[in-house]
Each structure stands twice: as C-alpha cells, then as structure tokens.
Design a protein around this ligand. Structure first.
Ligand SMILES: NC(=O)C1=CN([C@@H]2O[C@H](COP(=O)(O)OP(=O)(O)OC[C@H]3O[C@@H](n4cnc5c(N)ncnc54)[C@H](O)[C@@H]3O)[C@@H](O)[C@H]2O)C=CC1
Ligand SMILES: CC(=O)C(=O)O
Ligand SMILES: [Mg+2]
Length: 488
C-alpha cells in the first residue's frame, strides 16, 4: 500500500548519462519498465562526455526505489549518482516560518513597533484586556496543541515526532483560511498538566485546536479547557472528523436514496474520532450504530463492561448501541450494514468481509496513513468508498472542516464552537457538492476546493451570531470606533 506510484514515495534520482543519442530514452524506458512514474527531468550539468540529470520518479514504496535505481544502473552508459527523498527534503528545517507584517528599517519604525511606542499599546490592553484582540496576533492565531499520543494512526510516538503533523496542520490553517497557527507540542501526557499548560498559554491565542491526543484523555482535556477558557477549544480529531463524515454521508444518502434514520452503521475505533463521529451521526438522526474497539464489538455483555474496567465513554457506547448484543470481532456486525466507518487502523479485516453488507454499501475507511480496507479491494463490495488519503477520490479528511471552523469562530469572536455550529459546518461542506454533481466518486468536495473554507466559515459565523455564542464585538478587521477616536 499504495499499489500505484504516488508522490508519497517521490524520489529525485541524479543520473550521470553518457552523452549519446537515445540514452535519455533508455533511462526513461528502464524507469517505466521498473514501474516508476517519471515527473520532472532537469539538466544539472553538461560534461565533456556525460550529462548529469535529475529525474523525479514516483514509486509505490521505499523498496520500489531500489528496483528503479537498480534498473538504471543495469544500463550501459547510465549511473545513479545520488538519490533524494523529496518528502524528507520538503521537511528540512521544518515547514513553516514567521514573517513580520511591517518593516523595521528606521528608528521611527523601531520606536513604534517596539519601545517606547509599544508601551502605550501595552497599557491600552492593560486597561482593557479585550483590546488584545485588536492590537495583537490573538485575533487571528490558533495554538495547535498535541502531546503526541495518537498521531494519525501511528499511535503514541511522542511530542517531537508529532511536530511534522502539527506543522502540517498549521500550514493548512494558513493556506485554506488565512489563520496563523503555531504548533505547540507538550512533554506530558498528564491531563491535569496539559489543561494547566494550555490554560496558561491561552492569553496569546484566539483559539485552541487540540490535535492527536488519544482517547479517553482527550475527552476530559477538551471538556475542562472549554469550561475554563473564553476562547474556542476544538479537538480536531473529534469534531473536525465528525463534521466531514456527516457532510459526506448526507451526500452519499442523497445519491443512494437513503434516509439517515434507516441506516445500519458499524464504527471501528472508539477513540477520539470514532466517538465524536458516532455522536454527530446520532444527533443527525442515525439510530442504529454498533461500535468496535481493539477488543471487538462493544456491548453490555462484554466482560470488561461487567467487571467495570471499561472506560466511561465506552460504557456509554455499550449502553446506547448494539441492542442485539452482537459480540466478537467487528466483521460479525457487518451483516446487513449500510455503512462501515473505519477510524481505527490499517487492514483490520479482509475486504471480502464487506460482501455481508447491504446493497449499495458505503465504506468510509478513514485511518491514516493507511485505511482499514484498501479501496481497490473494497471496490467489488461497495458502491461508495472514501478514505482519509489524498491519493484516492472521496477524501474524507478533517482539513475540510477545521480551517473554516476557526476562520468563522475567530471572525465573530465566538467563545466556543457549539453543536449547532458543527452541524452548520457539515451542511455547508455537503452543499458545495450540488445535487446534479453528486456521484459515487464525488460525495465530498476536494480538499483543494477553495470554496469550502469560506462556506464553512460563513455558516459557523452565522450560527454563532444567531445563537449568541459570539462576542458582542463583531468582525472588524481594522479599527473599532473607539480606537479610531483615540487616534484622531
Ligand atoms: N480521515 C480523517 O480525517 C481522520 C482520520 N483519523 C484516523 O482515525 C484513526 C483513529 O484516530 P483517533 O480517534 O484520533 O485515535 P485514538 O487513539 O483516540 O483512537 C483509536 C481507537 O482505535 C481503536 N483500535 C485500534 N485498533 C483497532 C482494531 N483493530 N479494531 C478496532 N478498533 C481498533 C483503539 O482501541 C482506539 O479506541 C487514526 O488512524 C487516524 O489517523 C482520525 C482523525 C481524522
Ligand atoms: C487527519 C487527522 O487529523 C488524523 O488522521 O489524525
Ligand atoms: Mg489528527
């Protein structure tokens, strides 16, 4: 996995090629025969008898690289000089940096941006703490906070190792919604310490995006922070994912002529994402949901329910689902299912098991980096297939939600992100795919669709205003009336 070459395993191969007619063609042909897909070909250096070229090749995995470079080396007149893993190259020195918004060239610049001028701004905020939203980065800045315990589907890999994902989330915030985001990774897994740390850094931020913090700690951490802070706190893996799954499902039901109330759903992975997805589907009207964790299907008949060792959120799950008390591995609940939602890990059952599902089955296999079931293997058994990856159609990924959700919340100074705001975000994403366009491989807009984040932001902001979740100060990019008067 993947079985087709992709940019994930893109390699730049530096090749020294004899300067003879047809040699480049032979190299290209050798790469093609080895299964590589050629992208850019650049001339690096012209020697007396040789040419140095950089050839970018997509492969299926790292093992495939050896086959491709071996095929080049096997040619007479071509030698691999060097290789560069383009994904690692993109990460050298990190993926984001900070930029200044005004120049610092003169003493005047300095005395306004820094001391002594800055002191008057500090005192204005000291007199009215709310002015931090007007005169600091707080108004547009979100902390992306992780303890590195549930990084994608890689598990507890620690705060340092989580940084590439957190930097990536910050890039997405900026790219899709103009939100400035900073990765904050914590060297603690203790909920009390996480809450305390986030609480203490909160004054500089307009919102807190919790990321890749494992369940069940994530539920307590988010609840406590929401209660203590007056800025939005949003656990992306829970609510971003839930919003996007609901959006995709609304369109999938439209396409297959189904009603949410009649669906039978199996969810694997009862962590942050699985639990939140279950809750939003229930709120939207889905009644028959069964869940499985790594020990199997959850029910009140399970021994850990009976002996009290099952955690509170799974006890809730057991009590509110699976009335038939189906037990054992998740495949035991696939019979008669309309929708499978995977938020657990790669390859948890063979694709053939999906044939027990109903006609027009829907398979949302969303574990990252690799889905529960490979789409090409699921294809014979499902009408609609979606994954969390960018290299298949129907990418159900929370990037469709979190940039717009925070854009909308920051714009109206929302103090929290309510259930209604999440519902509004889901409907906004679903509606980007209009009724005439919806089809099996298009139930959700592309993550590159630039209409998504503004639509989500508008829906979230409207809902926040309507429900009173927003602050009285509305979105004023510029000066509020009072400040203008002070300056005049
Ligand atoms: N496509 C998307 O937008 C998103 C995808 N995900 C993916 O969902 C997965 C879970 O993420 P989180 O909920 O944040 O992690 P988490 O650590 O909070 O929860 C993972 C859950 O999966 C369960 N699990 C592990 N192996 C299992 C198996 N073989 N069968 C059934 N359950 C199993 C664990 O018991 C745990 O309850 C990850 O692979 C992650 O990449 C998460 C958020 C968004
Ligand atoms: C997409 C995402 O947030 C995850 O896989 O954890
Ligand atoms: Mg995540």
């Amino acid at each position: 996995m993947p079985t087709t070459p992709s940019a994930q395993y893109s390699l730049t191969i530096r090749v020294e090629i004899d300067h003879k007619p047809g040699m480049l063609g032979q190299v290209a042909s050798a790469i093609g025969k080895a299964g590589g897909v050629i992208g850019a070909v650049d001339l690096v250096e012209v020697g007396d008898d040789t040419l140095l070229r950089d050839i970018t090749v997509d492969a299926t995995d790292q093992g495939h690289w050896d086959a491709i470079t071996g095929a080049i080396d096997a040619l007479e007149g071509a030698r691999v000089v060097d290789t560069t893993d383009r994904t690692f190259l993109l990460h050298v020195g990190g993926k984001i940096e900070q930029h200044n918004k005004s120049s610092l060239r003169t003493r005047d610049d300095l005395s306004m941006a820094y001391t002594p001028g800055v002191a008057r701004v500090c005192m204005a905020i000291h007199e009215d703490r709310d002015k931090a939203f007007q005169y600091t980065i707080k108004r547009n800045t979100v902390a992306v906070v992780s303890d590195g315990t549930a990084v994608l589907g890689l598990g507890d890999i620690g705060p340092e190792a989580s940084m590439p994902v957190m930097e990536g989330k910050c890039m997405l915030f900026k790219e899709f919604a103009g939100v400035d985001a900073f990765p904050i990774v914590l060297s603690t897994k203790d909920p009390d310490e996480i809450v305390e740390t986030v609480r203490r850094i909160a004054p500089g931020f307009g919102g807190i995006n919790l990321e890749d913090i494992s369940a069940p700690r994530c539920f307590e951490i988010e609840d406590r922070l929401k209660a203590e802070l007056d800025i939005p706190v949003f656990h992306d893996d829970q609510h971003g994912t839930a919003i996007v799954v609901l959006a995709a499902l609304l369109n999938a039901c439209k396409l297959t002529g189904r009603d949410l109330m009649d669906l039978k759903v199996l969810v694997t992975g009862l962590g942050a994402a699985g639990v939140a997805v279950t809750k939003i589907l229930q709120a939207a009207g889905v009644r028959d949901i069964i869940g499985a964790d790594s020990k199997g299907l959850v029910s009140t008949d399970r021994s850990d329910y009976a002996d009290g060792s099952m955690n509170a959120i799974k006890r809730w799950y057991a009590e509110t689902s699976n009335p038939q008390k189906i037990s054992g591995p998740p495949v035991n609940a696939l019979d008669g299912c309309d929708l499978f939602i995977g938020l657990s890990g790669a390859r948890i059952f063979p694709a053939e098991a999906l044939q027990a599902m109903n006609k027009d089955a829907m398979v949302f296999a969303m574990a990252n980096p690799n889905p529960e079931v490979a789409p090409e293997e699921a294809a014979p058994y499902a009408r609609i297939i979606a994954t969390g990856r960018s290299d298949y159609p129907n990418q159900i990924n929370n990037v469709l939600a979190f940039p717009g959700v925070f854009r909308g919340a920051l714009d109206v100074r929302a103090r929290q992100i309510t259930e209604e705001m999440k519902m509004a975000a889901a409907r906004a994403i679903a509606q980007i795919v209009n009724d005439a366009e919806v089809r099996e491989d298009y139930i959700i807009p592309s993550v590159f669709n630039r209409d998504v984040a503004p639509a989500v932001a508008a829906a979230v902001a409207d809902e926040a205003r309507a429900s009173g979740a927003a602050a009285v100060i509305d979105n004023t990019i510029g000066f509020a009336a009072g400040d203008r008067a002070t300056l005049a």
